[in-house]
Design a protein around this ligand. Structure first.
Ligand SMILES: *Cc1c(COP(=O)(O)O)cnc(C)c1O
Length: 489
């Protein structure tokens, strides 16, 4: 095994954080339709910002928070389930496994779990989060390109589904299967090598992507077929064609290629050994407006048109959406500490920068964010738009949340909100300058609560803000003497 190529899984560059070289815009743009309650969502967001100020979650002593719209998260989960229910034959098993990396917060995972969504995990930490949220093994899927023997052993002992990334990993799974039986549904991840999208760092199906078995490489397809022939317990096939920046049609092609391979394997084996297809995630998010576009329903219908056999009941389905479930429901809100001017350009110095919006700051062309301006009381700011910079707190010149953006002029004590940041933003802290992780609060707004004097908004703590003592402890505070005690030679 492992002979079809010397380079399996060792190609490619992995640093999604800093690779924004594609230079294309990340925003999917508005191609009409599928408004998805954008107006209501915006109204809930405005109410939440105001209530966060009024209730003291946000203010001079707490100048940065992440807010999560619980109603919106529930709506997206329901929309996802409905979209696939609409196109699948009755009785088809469908598991929507949320890609935990998009929002690694225990309460979020439990909320999604309550909405019938499982978890796709890609590290021991993510698996621990899913378990802490109470998600059962049969609703958990482990994918990662670098699973250790210990991780594999744990997953197989728990009965968690595992997709082997490469031949060497399959060797390890072989050994584990010989030593102890497992209930885990097992599959292989393939890379259909159909090309990338607008953002290279989130394109996983390029010719040299580091993920999965590169299907078009010489000998690879034959190797995959043989791998299934030799292992009756391999029952799944997995591909995740990419994330933000991948057009729907390309995602659908990745699914079509995966389906065709499953059909070929089952046919050549003369049995329906592959019974479940894991089609990955990657639905792009529109960062350009409040419209939800494309929608899950649009994607599911496109798949039903282009890969009809996928839904006729012969295959169970697993999906792994991340960004599209959470992005629109999160908002980073930061106080304007100082408002200044440099070279004729107004600059609002806020508390949200590279530590919470790492991709946007390092690759602004690929990951632009909308910014909303609120006044010191948390009310949406009106007034003439002024071209200004919205800067973060970190000590490097490029720490800008938005550069040259036309907004009502931000003044000292106002708030700047980075919109659509519910996935891959405030939950993904980057510890530059030892800046503290912000608190994250879920909220429910409106309805019958509107009249009770709370501003109509109720908050719940999802994650406490990080304390300075925690920063010291996590930075080796307990080992202060470690280096001086080594002495000198
Ligand atoms: C990141 C990832 C996903 C989720 O991608 P989104 O763009 O957030 O939907 C799904 N599956 C795998 C294997 C991933 O790595």
């Amino acid at each position: 095994m492992g002979s079809y190529s010397e380079r399996n899984g060792t190609d490619g560059t992995g640093d999604a954080m800093t690779d924004g070289t594609a230079g294309a815009r990340g925003a999917a743009g508005e191609h009409g339709g599928g408004g998805g309650g954008g107006g209501e969502r915006a109204a809930r967001r405005d109410a939440a910002v105001r209530a966060a100020v009024e209730q003291g979650l946000l203010g001079p002593g707490a100048p940065l928070v992440g807010l999560l719209d619980v109603t919106g998260v529930r709506e997206s989960a329901a929309a996802l389930r409905a979209a696939f229910a609409e196109v699948t034959a009755p009785g088809t098993p469908v598991l929507h496994a949320f890609a935990v990396k998009a929002s690694p917060l225990v309460a979020v995972l439990r909320l999604l779990g309550a909405e019938g969504i499982g978890a796709e995990v890609a590290s021991p930490g993510e698996l621990a989060l899913a378990r802490a949220a109470g998600l059962p093994p049969d609703r958990t899927v482990l994918d990662s390109p670098a699973k250790t023997p210990a991780e594999l052993r744990e997953a197989l002992a728990l009965g968690i589904a595992v997709n082997a990334d490469n031949p060497q990993e399959l060797d390890r799974i072989d050994a584990l299967m010989r030593s102890a039986p497992s209930r885990s549904p097992l599959g292989i991840r393939v890379n259909p090598q159909i090309g990338g999208g607008d953002i290279s760092s989130t394109s996983t199906a390029t010719a040299t992507s580091k993920f999965g078995v590169a299907l078009r490489d010489e000998g690879a397809r034959e190797w995959v077929v043989r791998a299934y022939a030799e292992r009756p317990w391999l029952s799944r096939l997995h591909a995740h064609t990419g994330s933000q920046g991948i057009p729907l049609e390309l995602l659908a092609r990745g699914v079509a290629e995966t389906y065709a391979l499953a059909e070929e394997i089952n046919e050549r084996l003369g049995r329906r050994q592959i019974d479940t297809l894991d089609i990955g995630g990657g639905l792009p998010v529109n960062f350009g407006s409040d419209a939800e576009s494309p929608t899950y329903a649009e994607y599911a219908r496109l798949l039903a048109r282009t890969v009809p056999g996928l839904f006729d009941g012969r295959y169970g389905l697993v999906t792994e959406f991340g960004r599209s479930l959470l992005a629109k429901h999160g908002t980073v809100v930061a106080r304007v500490e100082y408002a200044k001017s440099a070279g004729g350009r107004p600059v609002a110095v806020t508390h949200a920068g590279v530590q919470v919006a790492t991709r946007t700051v390092y690759a602004p062309q690929s990951w632009p964010l909308r910014i909303a301006a609120y006044d010191a009381k948390g009310r949406a700011k009106t007034g003439p738009e002024v071209v200004q910079d919205v800067a973060g707190p970190a000590c490097f010149a490029g720490d800008l949340l938005a550069e040259g953006r036309a907004l009502p002029l931000l003044e000292q004590g106002d708030y700047a909100a980075a919109l659509d940041t519910g996935a891959y933003y405030f939950a993904h802290h980057y510890a530059y300058n030892s800046l503290a992780r912000p608190g994250v609060y879920g909220f429910v707004a409106g309805g019958e609560r509107a009249a009770d004097g709370s501003g109509g908004v109720v908050f719940a703590t999802v994650r406490e803000p990080q304390r300075v003592e925690e920063i010291v402890a996590e930075s080796g505070g307990a080992h202060a003497d470690a280096l001086t005690a080594l002495g000198s030679p």
